[in-house]
Design a protein. Sequence first.
Length: 176
Amino acid sequence: HVLVIDEINRANLPKVFGELIYLLEYRGEEHALKLQYQEPGRTFALPSNLCFLATMNTADRSLRSIDAAIRRRFSIFELAPNPGSLRAFYGNPQNHCGVVNLVEGFEALNQRLEEDIDRHHRVGHTFFMHKDLTARRLVGTWNRQIAPLLDEYFFDAPDQIAGYEPNEFWPGVADA
């Protein structure tokens, strides 16, 4: 069984997990605890076949609030924006990409973001994964999802956002 927790870093984890912090590490009835609001004589344990999968966005500054007691109970690994995922997605004959040099523009965008800010502020590949990606759809995604994200990234440095336009990364796309 898997329990998925999206954006785990947004919660006050010690408060949310409470006594479960201990039980995340020690599973099974032999480690059962008497919880504060439980009926007398009853205990609670997490089953050994329960897996927690949590996500967090490292660009979100609330990540700093995850304490060591929580961190050591989870394996942490990064899922970086992946050009290979875009290539594989559009390698499937059921998906069509009408944007010339989509992957190269994606890589250039993220390289620039990494240089201007850091690696935690790169744009994910899922923004660009549509069954039928046209230039028009890419510009729509840019205007409604990517540009607002960039506005937030460069909120304190609005002059730095200059040059972050779809045509900068995919020439001619905004004219389509």
